[in-house]
Design a protein around this ligand. Structure first.
Ligand SMILES: Cc1cc2nc3c(=O)[nH]c(=O)nc-3n(C[C@H](O)[C@H](O)[C@H](O)COP(=O)(O)OP(=O)(O)OC[C@H]3O[C@@H](n4cnc5c(N)ncnc54)[C@H](O)[C@@H]3O)c2cc1C
Length: 303
């Protein structure tokens, strides 16, 4: 599957909550965009200083040309999730967390208005190949689902829940979401059996509420039951992967691993590591049943 560049215009801006805005992008070309799974990721480019729109090379080797641009003129690129694609009207929606002026993506989203233009790198459906760039892959036979994430994962989790509702999923579904405050809790369309546990951070450390929720018993028990009584804490790093140098991305779930349980987890990398440690070490969940993704890293830019 080929990812390629789509030039798009902001046609609508919808403030979903104090810290989340939905931008609807449109262009006739968007009718060729494709989605492989509900947590489909794309890249969005943001103008560098002095640019009205991101200036990118346009030849077949555009990415090599992009990497070769001097840092001062190379438009920053960040990962986002397609919240909804409507190819029939050639529109694609992306929900942005507004975390202040500290990063180019959030800074741009705070100010973006209809008429503004940008560039997306997204799957092109025209070659008919299988679409890659998504991680929602519950193995056949999954009977219990646990979804855990912070606000950056809310768009993906919302799309996953809509997908489960549309496909008549019969599994038990536990969802734990952490957002900045009560006003950031959104109304989600989900299967009727889904238990959705919103937690407001209210100034606590990122991931703290998710860990508290899991330590308090949220979600299904692991296949082996509790094995270690370890105090819950959020470490700055992890012995297995240096999350300040590498992106946390472990998604190779094994069909037989979870005994019918599949866990999808995304958010701040340090928090995700702590959550996985809890699920594996305390709950006894097989690590291979857990897809976990570091969507961002506190104190670092992930370009
Ligand atoms: C596959 C994937 C899908 C994603 N989907 C979405 C999505 O749909 N919506 C969405 O909003 N984000 C999403 N993210 C997360 C997003 O890419 C990051 O939050 C990104 O760092 C934002 O870029 P920035 O330019 O605003 O900040 P950066 O320049 O990357 O970082 C600048 C500073 O801001 C901090 N920072 C970054 N993000 C946050 C945050 N959310 N809260 C507080 N501080 C932050 C960093 O730690 C750093 O100190 C996704 C990430 C991945 C990998």
């Amino acid at each position: 599957m080929t990812y390629r560049l789509f030039d798009v215009e902001v046609v609508r801006r919808i403030q979903l909550s104090p810290s989340m805005v939905r931008l609807v992008f449109a262009d006739p070309d968007v009718r060729h965009m494709a989605i492989g799974g509900p947590d489909q990721r794309i890249k969005i480019f943001f103008p560098s200083a002095g640019q009205a729109t991101p200036q990118l090379p346009r030849d077949v080797n555009w990415y090599a040309g992009y990497r070769a641009l001097p840092p001062t003129t190379r438009p920053p690129m960040r990962s986002y999730t397609i919240r909804r694609l409507d190819a029939t009207v050639a529109e694609v929606e992306v929900d942005f967390v507004l975390h202040g002026d500290g990063g180019p993506a959030s800074r741009w989203a705070i100010r973006a208005r209809p008429g503004d233009r940008t560039v997306l790198s997204a799957p092109d459906g025209r070659d008919g190949a299988i679409v890659s760039g998504f991680e929602w892959r519950p193995p056949a036979g999954t009977r219990r689902l646990l979804l855990v994430g912070d606000e950056t994962a809310v768009p993906a989790m919302a799309a996953i829940l809509e997908h489960l509702a549309d496909t008549g999923c019969g599994a038990t579904i536990d969802v734990v979401l952490e957002v900045a405050g009560r006003d950031d809790m959104l109304s989600l369309r989900a299967p009727p059996q889904a238990r959705i546990d919103w937690r407001a951070r209210d100034g606590a450390a990122h991931g703290r509420c998710l860990l508290d929720a899991l330590a308090g018993g949220a979600g299904p028990p692991g296949s082996a039951g509790p094995v270690v009584a370890r105090p819950a804490h959020i470490p700055s790093g992890d012995a297995e992967i240096d999350i300040d140098r590498a992106i946390l991305w472990e998604t190779d779930s094994a069909a037989e691993a979870g005994g019918g349980l599949y866990v999808w987890m995304a958010g701040e990398a340090g928090a995700v590591v702590a959550l996985r440690r809890h699920l594996v070490g305390v709950r006894g969940i097989d690590r291979r049943a857990i897809a976990c993704m570091g969507y961002w890293r506190l104190g670092r830019s992930l370009d």
